[in-house]
Design a protein around this ligand. Structure first.
Ligand SMILES: Cc1ncc(COP(=O)(O)O)c(C=O)c1O
Length: 455
């Protein structure tokens, strides 16, 4: 273990004991002491192929040896041409132009800028406002953070952020209708239409949403009709629909894009995380030609120049990932193992403090509550999700925490998103380790305190 201020790394967490991981293979990573951890969340919803895939490493080494870098402003190259062409073929409808970048936040910034630049160059410069959901997370750079409803991330940056129009997310565990008909305004799409009408459609550039909730709602699945209604409303009022599939795309929900399951084509699609399976930092905005046409006739470029966009080695990793997924039928495998995954996870519902288990494909959220009847969350000061993550690590299980979803401050959940190569036996092991973590004495101390606060 190591922790700040040892060494010279400016760690992401300055109060955390870091285990030192030395290698990964399949669904497991190993620390310096030889302990194994099942990577049940692919690091951060990233390692979709599993760890240690030689083919991807070889493709990157080959690319680096032949052409490590040229600027996307001056040149194009085989790696980006092939990556874009194979990625475009997987995207729905007319989405066929790929702009590769290096992080999800960066790609969200680019997509939202493109939406605004498109309207400006198409002669409608007043269309500037963005509508986004609460809860939602779209990244941590300033425009992406503005689109996110992650208030504690905004604490020190208030004056620098852009004012977005916020509407409630479809969140069946906590919304008024529970995801059942008749739907509440959040789940029916009425909230979106009301916001557009209230603001004036002539001022709205885009609506951004995740087709299945990511970490902010813990894999909440909207009602099946939701995105068809969103599409209809956006078409009626001339609003661009931006699908943020940074977390849920690249096969995670059992199809290449999650939105494909709603039979809807967004105007802009944003991918990240799993598209190069963690072997290289890679994200992408995928746009239709109709949105690029005004730029091509006008300014001549998307105003989002980045040194490392269109990067040869990252694109080679993305291309090798797409080919590996295809060759080993891993998106199909993700879909076919989904029933076992959700069946085994549903057993967690009977455990203390597990309020809900939900998700789609190899993506699941487990929401913890202090009271299962009333769904009352733990007080934030309990840090239940963070404590659970530590207990899970002690049990050899890596899960992803998120907090604040119940009311903006309180709320604890953890996410599971294992690599697509996970076996049924490994899924069973995840459940066993999860149960073990939840019964850890370390966590029980916290639970007893919560009981006291309830009395
Ligand atoms: C839905 C969604 N969008 C955007 C982002 C930002 O991606 P990155 O962390 O790669 O900048 C994330 C990251 O978790 C995400 O989950």
């Amino acid at each position: 273990m190591t922790r700040y201020p040892e060494g010279h790394v400016f760690y992401r967490r300055l109060t955390h004991d870091y285990r030192i991981i030395v290698r990964g293979e399949g669904c497991r990573v190993y620390d310096r002491e030889g302990c194994d951890y099942i990577d049940a969340c692919g690091g951060a919803f990233v390692a979709n192929l599993g760890h240690g895939v030689r083919e991807i490493a070889d493709a990157m080494a080959h690319q680096a040896a032949h052409l490590g870098y040229v600027s996307g402003a001056a040149f194009t190259h085989e790696a980006v041409e092939q990556f874009a062409s194979e990625l475009a073929a997987l995207c729905p409808g007319d989405l066929n132009k790929v702009y590769p970048l290096t992080s999800g936040s960066d790609a969200i910034e680019a997509a939202l800028k493109l939406a605004r630049q498109y309207w400006a160059e198409a002669g409608r410069p007043a269309k500037q406002r963005i509508i986004a959901l609460t809860p939602a997370y779209h990244g941590n750079t300033l425009l992406a953070l503005s689109a996110s409803a992650r208030e504690h991330y905004k604490t020190y940056f208030g004056g620098w952020l852009v004012d977005m129009i916020r509407i409630p997310a479809p969140y069946p565990y906590r919304c008024a209708c529970g995801g059942e008909r008749p739907y509440c305004a959040a789940c029916s799409g009425d909230a979106l239409e009301e916001a557009i009408v209230r603001t004036g459609p002539e001022k709205v550039a885009a609506f951004i949403a995740e087709p299945v909730g990511g970490s902010s709602t813990g894999a909440s699945v909207p009602p099946p009709e939701y995105f068809r209604r969103v599409r209809e409303i956006c078409d009626r009022y001339d609003i661009l629909f931006v699908a943020d599939e940074v977390l849920v795309g690249a096969g995670r929900t059992g199809t290449w894009t999650a939105i494909a399951q709603s039979a809807v084509t967004p105007d802009l699609l944003v991918l990240g995380k799993g598209i190069a399976a963690g072997y290289a930092p890679l994200a992408a905005v995928v746009a239709p030609e109709r949105l690029l046409a005004p730029l091509a006739r006008g300014s001549g470029a998307l105003m989002h120049a980045q040194t490392f966009s269109h990067h040869p080695v990252s694109c080679a990793a993305g291309l090798a990932t797409i080919r590996y997924l295809r060759q080993h039928c891993l998106v199909e495998r993700c879909a076919s193992i989904t029933p076992h995954f959700h069946h085994r996870l549903s057993a967690l519902r009977s455990l203390p403090y597990v309020g809900d288990v939900r998700g789609r494909g190899l993506l699941a959220g487990v929401e913890f509550v202090a009271d299962k009847e009333t769904r009352a969350p733990f007080k934030r000061a309990e840090h239940f999700a963070e404590r659970f993550v530590d207990a899970a690590l002690d049990a050899g299980l890596v899960v992803w925490p998120n907090v604040g979803q119940a009311n903006g401050t309180d709320g604890d959940l953890v996410m599971l998103a294992p690599p697509f190569v996970i076996t049924e036996a490994e899924i069973d092991e995840i459940v066993t380790r999860f149960e073990q973590a939840l019964s850890a004495p370390y966590l029980r101390v916290s639970r007893d305190r919560v009981e006291e606060t309830k009395r």
